[in-house]
Ligand binder design. Sequence first.
Ligand code: SF4
Ligand code: SF4
Length: 178
Amino acid sequence: MLLDVGSLAVMGVTLGAVLGTAAKLLAVPTNPIEEELQNLLPGSQCGQCGFVGCAQYAAALAKGDTPVTLCAPGGAATIEALAKKLGVHADLDGHEEKGPEVAFINEDLCIGCLRCIGECGSDAIVGAPKQMHTVISDACHACGKCFKICPTEAIEMRPIPMTISAWHWQKPGESAHH
Ligand code: SF4
Ligand code: SF4
């Protein structure tokens, strides 16, 4: 019995040591500012910046490979926060501030082709083949991909009206999306 417990303990310690060493050796060096930049982004992974997700945009920003103005859902507040973090000028000329939006499907125009469901990265659309589809607005992060792909223009991006429950006082330095 003691032998069993002892050999198990030795195995556990050895495996732990191997995993710890591997984690150190295989660790991918990241630019420390990358995480800080990613924390300034909305995190909706919508791809409107042209990158796969917020982490990839933050990595490119940290390398100085891309401008701070690409995050549409983040708006002017996020652009200014990114520029401040990177110590660069926030060029807001021509920047069009878009308020919060949500996708809406006009069910009379929907032919149930399923294209929007395949496009939606946050599973915000429900529907069945040749049946009307609809958007679960709480799950939609307004990336606009469904709007671009719908063959019958059944989808519109609607502004979300600011209600007393949705409004909040922004903390100093807080971007519009945290
Ligand atoms: S892409 Fe348009 S037509 Fe096709 S299912 Fe979606 S809303 Fe309906
Ligand atoms: S805009 Fe359309 S594709 Fe994008 S999250 Fe909303 S429902 Fe999904």
